[in-house]
Design a protein around this ligand. Sequence first.
Ligand code: G6P
Length: 611
Amino acid sequence: MCGIIGYTGSREAAPILLDGLKRLEYRGYDSAGMALVGAGMLSEIKEVGKVARLEAAFSAAAGIDGSAVCGIAHTRWATHGVPSAVNAHPHCDERYEFAIVHNGIVENHHELRAHLLKKGYHFRSETDSEVIVHLIAEAYEGDLLAATAAAVRQLSGTYGIAVVSSRHPGLIVAARKGSPLVIGLGEGENLIASDIAALLAHTRKVIYLNDGDIAAIRPDSIDLRDVSNVPVEREVAKIDWDAAAAEKGNYPHFMLKEIFEQPETVENAIRGRISLEMGNAILNGLELSPRDLAQISRIVIAGCGSSMHAGMVGEYYFEDIAGISTSVEQAAEFRYRNPIIEPNTLVIPISQSGETADTIAAVREAVGKGALVTALCNVVGSTIAREAGRGVYLHAGPEISVASTKAFSSQVAVLLLMALLLGRNRRLSRSEGCELAREIEQTPELIRSVLAQAEKIREIAKRYAGFDDFFYIGRGCLYPTALEGALKLKEISYVHAEGYHAAELKHGPIALLDERHPVLALANDIPGRDKILGNIQECRARRAPVAAVATVGDREVETLTDDVIFVPACSRFIAPLPTAVALQLFAYYIAVERGCEIDQPRNLAKSVTVE
Ligand code: G6P
């Protein structure tokens, strides 16, 4: 979704801001803009479309101060008002003294706009955001921080904003409520961004703003205030991701790079967290004693998109391995349907970014209801990680492709570790634990062997690239894996794909099957395989082309289906991992064949920070 980057220091700001915007492109956007403050003058430039267009326009523009050493920039993902240069951020007041960029939604913008119009302010855009800059102009009495504080006090909804003014060269004021902002600390320069990916080229030292925080950022100082305008100190966090991790390297797309990183990222997720000797998992971040663990009577998992699918795999783990009743909620549902939370309910919010609005709300609901909350996040210091208070990091490194791949596999791996820990705490014997621990340890190798078949998967994908409707079917842990496989395909190739429990096929979808509706059957050699073979026959009887994922050497599946992707033999608990990787590659190569824009699919955002 929308991205913010700001810079103040002694270097030329424009190239830094443009580079920062490019690193935010992955979040999804439709227009971009930049405001620079130099020599007591504020100038802005905005374009519809890619950052490259803004860059070209900037190079060609007259009247914009390219030597400015302070500025803010933004990528916009339209919510209020169509994608257009006028609606793009920054928004300036009428006299071009103040410029703001905003992430989030101002819910009371109608009232505020009416109030400002009455006072004679003129609006240029259709956005909710523009009210903020006029409110700042209205409140301004010489102190930009105070004016911004007065403006944001009138807002309801969510915001992450950055403000510059021609009256305060070198100063950026930033404020946050509900939309992430992080300050990057440099030497004689400082930055502000909505996402650390935009900062990595400059610094690893960051300060996350809390909701209600407001900051005055200058090249040599940071003045931080909380919601009551009291100066506060916030911890400086060190980010262990490097800039190269957020670059494509020799891969044509981030998605392919991230798919291929999975042996290492799953390794990172489990490293140091398995005791082969005790047949147990070691998850210190949970901060739950064996006694606390023993008291958990129910688990509720909340997440969105791929994170929710990972949670659905986790449901099988917790029930089957640990014997704990588990349910999975779409995080938005959790937030609105008044879930039953008892003191011994463990709530597990799952979020790669740690910034998904609905999942944040679910965390708040769960914390407010007194649940034990333990989050699974990839981004260290993200809102969910902080507000949950305890959790397990995925250590997958930056995931740039909008379609989640490596975060999903790490989430599944960590859920399996959690189930092992809870299982050992209850009904799992040491030898059963040891067996599972050994299997988990081998997962990176299994993934590697799927990746080694990329070319073969590509050949199969080519044969299916012309179809416009797919069904994915699976059973057990492979049912949510089927949902995830179908999601990958629709996200990046714009092909209609539905995941179904294989048993559900007969209750409706089968009515659609014919030679134009291929079925991808997850027929691994785990419990339920025989039933899937029956389902495959039913599909073939309706002339639907069938491709399967099967366990290496399964000749029966090979004879029954048109195409097979073989994955290594493994237990039902491990099977979702190599299978998901095969489905990621299948979706990727179909999207390549169809000429789709893979890393930034249309209409999608990496991190959905609004409801
Ligand atoms: C968006 C992304 C998905 C992601 C979902 C949840 O829809 O496009 O890839 O799975 O958000 O994101 P989270 O960061 O909370 O895991």
